[in-house]
Design a protein around this ligand. Structure first.
Ligand code: SAM
Ligand code: SF4
Length: 322
């Protein structure tokens, strides 16, 4: 199995299938991104083989992310291959998602995280640099109409959308969805570093508490979010202390970048490369052994991983996958 030296085991893989995106969220990437060449990406065959190896080692959950995953050509083909191996969820910006919903349901994929940072069209344009608010809101409606298991992820940005926390929480009144407020992290692909954040999860909770009564509910094992119900609401709200990194002690995840880089921590460097191993002829057993070694050396927490990083600046979140 995949165990680390801090008594954690890995059951959850987050796979970024492309670094390309049809939005340009300011906290994630610059307007002019240098995108990867297509043959640098893990092929679908390489992804399937990797997931077979990981599933044999106890991985039961896979999140498909990006970049924007629905931009990768023939994504449904890949999902069809992976669905028998693990439980799949997808993180999407919602621009292209709607037509895929019936096919996702056919494959048994119902868990969708939709990224939405504002409920105002003009602000959406300022945050994402693209005029796609209408499509994303239509996707939210369609996902709910199809009874998909929807989580709305809102990155809380100082001076940008903090006046909308109550409006986002209000979405849970009539809708069976979860709204999660994410602390902003320094991964905008332009070296935006910060040594602290104003809107940390406690401040987010305090602000929600000004309007709503929050009742703590049980979080899933290995969850990065702290979750609550508001009495009388159908949905739930949560906060993700992504910058404060309070959840590292129970981290059960591994990240794979579009080029096959393996990250045992969001804040750390790649610790091995699956594509290079496979293209140099590694057997499944050799790949598993390399993954086991990489996981064993997983850093205690995101602070230790950041301190050990060799990079002078963080990359774009579109490569890491969130
Ligand atoms: N394009 C898809 C989307 O936006 O949902 C999937 C990829 S995106 C990188 C995955 C998640 O990372 C999104 O929920 C996004 O809001 C989040 N994210 C990106 N950059 C971030 C940052 N600097 N801080 C916090 N969350 C970030
Ligand atoms: Fe694209 Fe998602 Fe990054 Fe926004 S957060 S630029 S939608 S990859």
């Amino acid at each position: 199995m995949l165990k680390d030296a801090h008594h954690r085991s890995i059951q959850y893989v987050r796979l970024s299938v492309t670094d390309r995106c049809n939005l340009r969220c300011t906290y994630c990437m610059p307007e002019h991104m240098q995108f990867l060449e297509r043959d640098a990406l893990l092929s679908y065959e390489e992804i399937e083989r990797t997931m077979r190896v990981l599933a044999s080692a106890g991985v039961t959950k896979l999140r498909i992310t990006g970049g924007e995953p629905f931009l990768r050509k023939n994504l449904l083909h890949l999902l069809g291959k992976l669905a028998p191996l693990t439980d799949i969820s997808i993180t999407t910006n919602g621009v292209l998602t709607t037509p895929f919903i019936p096919a996702l349901k056919e494959l048994g994929i119902r868990k969708i995280n939709l990224s939405l940072d504002t409920l105002q069209a003009d602000r959406f344009l300022r945050i994402t640099r693209r005029n796609r608010f209408t499509q994303v809101m239509a996707t939210l409606e369609n996902l709910l109409a199809h009874q998909m298991d929807v989580k709305v992820n809102m990155v809380v940005m100082d001076g940008m959308n903090t006046d909308e926390l109550h409006a986002f929480a209000a979405l849970t009144r009539e809708n069976r969805l979860s709204v999660r407020f994410i602390e902003e992290m320094p991964f905008n692909g332009q070296g935006k570093g910060f040594s602290g954040i104003n809107w940390h999860y406690r401040k987010i909770l305090d602000t929600l508490g000004e309007q709503y009564t929050l009742k703590k509910i049980q979080d899933e094992a290995g969850s990065t979010s702290l979750n609550y119900i508001i009495p009388g609401h159908l949905g739930t709200v949560g906060v993700i202390p992504a910058y404060s990194r309070t959840f590292c002690g129970t981290c059960n995840r591994l990240r794979i970048t579009p080029t096959g880089g393996v990250k045992t921590c969001l804040y750390g460097d790649d610790v091995m490369n699956i594509r290079d191993s496979l293209r140099s002829g590694a057997s499944d057993a050799a790949l598993l052994e390399a993954l086991q070694t990489a996981v064993w050396h997983k850093k205690k927490d995101g602070f230790e991983a950041a301190a050990a990083s060799q990079r002078s600046q963080h990359e774009s979140m579109s490569v890491i996958g969130g």
